[in-house]
Design a protein around this ligand. Structure first.
Ligand code: PGA
Length: 299
């Protein structure tokens, strides 16, 4: 019988997934020597090395790969057990672990607040991050539900669309193109475009759009929040493609304007997503149904 602790397995899993002691230490809020020590204890109890270090790179040994599979299975089973306990607690005492795309946060919190008014006992854990991180969180089975743009094929996910997500081109209200009609997309090549960070769904959708149109807008300004982009556009630094959901206040206050560019809005949708075999807790199921029912009616 192996003598190991769940904590050691959790630490091992992080090192194996990230192939880095330092990044695992950062993720787990531990020191690097503490991480190395736990991995060493695990290796001693197994009697085989789990990692080998060649130069600066960490590789898994065959035993490491076996252990990695094993740690994922154990983590999944613990998650399952947690879900069963959540189901037993029912709707009134459960926990809802969700993550939403940075751009979806503009409406997700309103929907969450309506849901919590009906279920005030539900404890909510909300993570707001970009599309690439959301896919990673789903991969790790780290949460119940995700609100994001259409996920890519091949991830074994269930994704249901519940609301439109139009992407528009925004400009400062005094920009020369503000009152122009049917601006050709090619005209944008003369403007500076401000981009979201790599990994953003908004960014990849607009890149795809421009590629299809054979237009290469001038970029070079990259910002990792919609808020920063809106401020920069207001300040006249350039134009940007953003979701209409992120700019309703600024449009009402006339601090930003939507340009009438041919081909826009880019039509996207928001999806509620979970792993295909995920056993949803009563709370997660109720929230999913609530979103599907509210969707376009609310926002
Ligand atoms: P994001 O939005 O740009 O905040 O990642 C998600 C998406 O549009 O898919």
């Amino acid at each position: 019988m192996l003598h190991l602790t769940l904590r050691q397995l959790q630490i091992f899993e992080a090192v194996a997934r990230l192939l880095s002691y330092s990044r695992a230490a950062r993720e787990l809020h531990l020191s690097q020597p503490a991480v190395s020590m736990q991995v060493k204890l695990l290796e001693e109890s197994i009697g085989l090395p789990l990692f080998e270090q060649l130069g600066k790179k960490v590789f898994m040994t065959e035993a490491g790969r076996e252990m990695f599979q094993c740690s994922k299975t154990i983590a999944n089973q613990l998650q399952e057990a947690e879900t069963v306990f959540e189901q037993l607690k029912g709707l009134d005492r459960g926990e809802l672990k969700i993550a939403v795309a940075s751009t979806a946060n503009y409406f997700a919190t309103h929907l969450l607040s309506q849901f919590c008014q009906v279920h005030p006992q539900v404890a909510v854990q909300l993570n707001v991050t970009n599309r690439a991180d959301l896919l990673e969180l789903l991969e790790q089975n780290a949460l119940d539900l995700v609100v994001m743009g259409q996920p890519p094929e091949g991830h074994d996910l269930v994704a249901e669309s519940f609301m439109e997500n139009p992407l528009v081109v925004i400009a400062a209200p005094n920009h020369e193109l503000v009152n122009a009609e049917a601006i050709p997309v090619t005209r944008l090549a003369e403007e500076v475009m401000i981009d979201r960070e790599a990994g953003s769904g908004t960014r990849s959708a607009s890149e795809r759009f421009f590629q299809l149109q054979n237009v290469s807008p001038r970029t070079g300004l990259v910002m990792n929040t919609n808020e920063a982009i809106k401020q920069a556009v207001q300040a006249g630094m350039g134009l940007a493609v953003v979701s209409l959901h992120t700019v309703s206040l600024e449009l009402n206050a006339k601090r930003l304007a939507v340009l009438d560019v041919t081909g826009f809005p880019i039509r996207r949708h928001w999806f509620i997503v979970h792993r295909r075999n995920k056993r949803l807790s009563a709370v997660a199921l109720a929230f999913k149904q609530f979103l599907l029912a509210q969707g376009d009616n609310t926002v």
